[in-house]
Ligand binder design. Structure first.
Ligand SMILES: NC(=O)c1ccc[n+]([C@@H]2O[C@H](COP(=O)([O-])OP(=O)(O)OC[C@H]3O[C@@H](n4cnc5c(N)ncnc54)[C@H](O)[C@@H]3O)[C@@H](O)[C@H]2O)c1
Length: 367
């Protein structure tokens, strides 16, 4: 058994590299913070759920380094230009200069928002990601995509801006609601399916430990995800190629989220269903060995994710939501499909008939 507790990982990009520190209790570790924060003003941005739990710990670890605080209301509905503006106002108010560091303490919403604020304030200041959800630890905090939502679309206003460091305190998962934890596990499984068959098998063998949030297994899970994400981002920082594979299951998931009014599913929950449908489609088109979709569904189900396609959303309606972008359709709907577990690829040759049939097959299987 692996009883490693601390991982020092690294993201390497053409323009430079940054560390990802991973371990239990790191938010309260003065040494980790001291090595991460050069002189200059510090602004910690957090949300109304996370701040009461972890802000004091971080402030204590900073010792006599003064830090300004901005706490925003929690939730995706606050990942807006208005919240971004609040961060700008705060940075101006505290007299932050180009040497300031912004710390994002929270889930993917705070990370994306604070990251975008850091990307834009004075044409870019340093920022440090301190992710507190499993989804943010294994995905959102690494790789430099930052954004806020616009009424016309999710993540419509954004920039690529890499953090200076990522500090992942695995103990924060102890307070994460079960539903949020499970939604994060869907994104964990995704890495196995798209590029890491050994990891997929490793997860299958550790379902109980994952469900119990067993410390060493959770730590190794996060480390393996970060390494996978690091490899993908190193190869394709701005999503011209392989980074698109991270969207496996997401086109189906977006259709589900849109048609259910964005209040029924957590993103990871919709992605779990989307991954199984994408694999069913791959199997039906003869691109993938039979049995893969069942195996993926088995793991997701064991991790507590519901895979039911909602009865009120027809396959045709989902197709239409997916095909909204006419330009995408002219050259074929762009989907990530699987050749097998650990081998995803970009495909544009699925017809409307193929897609509708895959959703209907999945609906019948989960009815
Ligand atoms: N930048 C990227 O590459 C990338 C990748 C994937 C997702 N995202 C973005 O991430 C966002 C979703 O992130 P999320 O799932 O972390 O959502 P989130 O930030 O809304 O966090 C989920 C909920 O958990 C609470 N919470 C966070 N940490 C907690 C903790 N330790 N204990 C108790 N409660 C806690 C939050 O307050 C919130 O209510 C979306 O906006 C998505 O677009 C970005």
């Amino acid at each position: 058994m692996n009883d490693q507790t601390h991982y020092n990982l690294e993201i390497c990009l053409p323009a430079g590299r940054y560390p990802v520190h991973l371990g239990p209790g790191l938010l309260g570790d003065a040494e980790t913070w001291a090595g991460t924060l050069p002189p200059g003003k510090i602004l910690i941005v957090s949300d109304s759920n996370v701040a009461p739990l972890y802000l004091d710990t971080v402030k204590q670890a900073l010792g006599d380094r003064p830090a300004e605080i901005l706490v925003l209301p929690a939730g995706e509905t606050h990942k807006t230009v208005a919240s971004w503006n609040q961060v700008m106002d705060k940075l101006v108010e505290i007299g932050a200069l180009r040497d300031a560091t912004l710390v994002a303490l929270g889930g993917g919403v705070i990370g994306d928002l604070a990251g975008f604020a850091a990307a834009t304030y004075m044409r870019g200041i340093r920022f440090v990601q301190a992710p507190t959800t499993l989804l943010a630890q294994v995905d959102a905090s690494v790789g430099g995509k930052t954004a806020v939502n616009h009424p016309a679309g999710k993540n419509l206003v954004g920039a690529f801006h890499q953090p200076a460091a990522v500090i992942i305190d695995s103990e924060t998962l102890n307070t994460l609601p079960l539903r949020e934890y499970r939604a994060g596990l869907a994104e964990v499984v995704k890495y196995g399916v798209i590029r890491d068959p050994g990891f997929f098998e490793w997860l299958e063998q550790r379902v109980d430990a994952l469900n119990e949030r067993e410390v060493h297994v959770v730590l190794e899970t996060i480390a393996r995800c970060v390494r996978n994400k690091a490899d993908v981002v190193a190869e394709d920082e701005k999503e011209h190629g392989v980074r698109a594979l991270l969207n496996f299951g997401h086109t189906f998931a977006h259709a589900l989220e849109t048609l259910s009014g964005y209040n029924r599913y957590l993103h990871g929950e919709a992605v779990a269903i989307g991954m199984v449908v994408a694999t069913t489609l791959s199997e039906q088109r003869g691109l993938c060995a039979l049995g893969c979709a069942t195996r993926i569904a088995g793991l997701l189900d064991a991790l507590g994710l519901s895979l039911d396609w909602p009865a009120e959303i027809s396959a045709e309606a989902a197709w239409e939501a997916m095909a909204m972008d006419k330009k995408a359709l002219d050259s074929g709907l762009r989907l990530i499909l699987a050749k097998g577990i650990g081998d995803a690829f970009v495909d544009q040759s699925s017809s409307q008939h193929d897609i509708v049939r895959a959703i209907e097959t999945h609906t019948a299987a989960t009815a």
